[in-house]
Design a protein around this ligand. Structure first.
Ligand SMILES: NC(=O)c1ccc[n+]([C@@H]2O[C@H](COP(=O)([O-])OP(=O)(O)OC[C@H]3O[C@@H](n4cnc5c(N)ncnc54)[C@H](OP(=O)(O)O)[C@@H]3O)[C@@H](O)[C@H]2O)c1
Length: 323
């Protein structure tokens, strides 16, 4: 197939493009600058510079490429640090998820593109009542914290528009797998606390596993929605201490919810205390997807484990001096 990947130079795109090429597909991938386009051309794809918010340019690019399939992986989340003003931080991504999706769907229709797959999100999306782990059939949270309401609506729009057009929505878990993973750095610096009882459940996914599911989804008929998450959704009180242990950091601090709300805002408190995780049963069953890292425990350990210090280094202070 000829696959058009919008947002091919990002965290997921750079994992997806080589996997598509390995599978024998021809790939045209977009980036927003000639510099980032090099991440697309390096593995052997054709790279083009495209702003997804320029609907006319999107139309021209898709009509020129005449792909069999389109994958929408464009977000604008690089350097994201402010989760307190959630909607402000996600404003450009929200536009990519609404206007960008509309532009791609319109161009796909005109060019007769048969397959359409788009990036959505699973963790902290589902209704905050009942069981800790939700399937695609469960309702989404209808009471998104005020600061993240526009972001929730943008994702809900994407989740509706793509299946209505016959496409597939992939609700990815929280990505990890970058060598300089922001979450890992934050845990290392002890800046990610357990909030309240730490009951908020997170679903993680290794970037390579997310890319593998995306390749399989492209070879599948839509419309459909799949959670693309690992086998082990976990509450913050479980995953945070374990990730801290793996990366050799001090154990996380504990903040009461009222204090975390002041510093980090309502959306972060919700994620840390009440959010639900997602089940991957449907993606495994229908896509035949097998995970290389079925649990974040293995994935984080494989990637970020701090090597044990050699015996001499471990005891740098003479035993008698410690007394
Ligand atoms: N599920 C998740 O947990 C999740 C999902 C997405 C991102 N993230 C995280 O967010 C961080 C940043 O993500 P990222 O590295 O993928 O970067 P990003 O800034 O979110 O960019 C993603 C892709 O979208 C493209 N893009 C940005 N603006 C665009 C526009 N107006 N038109 C067309 N394409 C556009 C980017 O191109 P350029 O490279 O040229 O900017 C890139 O190819 C990473 O740590 C990632 O893991 C997490």
């Amino acid at each position: 197939m000829k696959v058009f990947v919008a947002g091919a130079s990002g965290a997921i795109g750079t994992r997806l493009v080589p996997q598509l090429l390995d599978r024998g597909h021809e790939v045209i991938g977009t980036a927003t600058s000639p510099e980032s386009a090099e991440h697309v051309s390096a593995p052997g794809a054709e790279a083009i510079v495209l702003d997804l918010l320029d609907a006319r340019a999107v139309r021209e690019a898709v009509l020129a490429a005449r792909p069999d399939a389109i994958v929408h992986e464009a977000t604008a989340l690089a350097n994201l640090t402010d989760f307190k003003h959630f909607d402000r931080s996600f404003a450009q991504t929200n536009r990519l998820r609404t206007e960008g999706t509309d532009a791609l769907i319109a161009a796909a229709r005109e060019a007769g593109v048969r397959r359409f797959v788009a990036q959505s999100y699973a963790s902290a999306r589902y209704v905050r009542e009942g069981g800790a782990v939700k399937s695609e059939d469960d309702p989404l949270d209808s009471n998104v914290p005020e600061a993240a309401r526009e972001s929730g609506e943008a994702m809900a729009y994407l989740d509706r528009a793509v299946p209505e057009a016959g496409g597939i929505i992939l609700r990815y878990g929280v990505f990890y797998g970058e060598p300089d993973d922001v979450l890992v750095e934050t845990v290392r610096k002890r800046l990610w606390p357990i909030i309240g009882e730490g009951g908020g459940v997170t679903s993680f996914i290794h970037l390579e596993d997310a890319a593998a599911a995306t390749v399989l989804a492209l070879e599948h008929e839509g419309p459909a929605i799949y959670n693309v998450v690992d086998d082990e959704p976990a509450p913050a009180r479980e995953w945070l201490p374990e990730v801290a242990r793996i990366v050799g950091a001090k154990q996380p601090r504990r903040f009461p919810a009222w204090l975390a709300r002041l510093f980090a805002g309502e959306a972060v408190v919700m994620m840390g205390t009440e959010s639900r995780g997602a089940s991957n049963a449907k993606a495994k069953r229908e896509l035949g997807w097998a995970l290389r890292y079925p649990s974040w425990r293995q994935g984080f350990a494989a990637l970020y484990a701090k090597p044990a210090a050699p015996p001499s280094a471990r005891r740098s202070v003479p035993a008698h001096a410690e007394r």
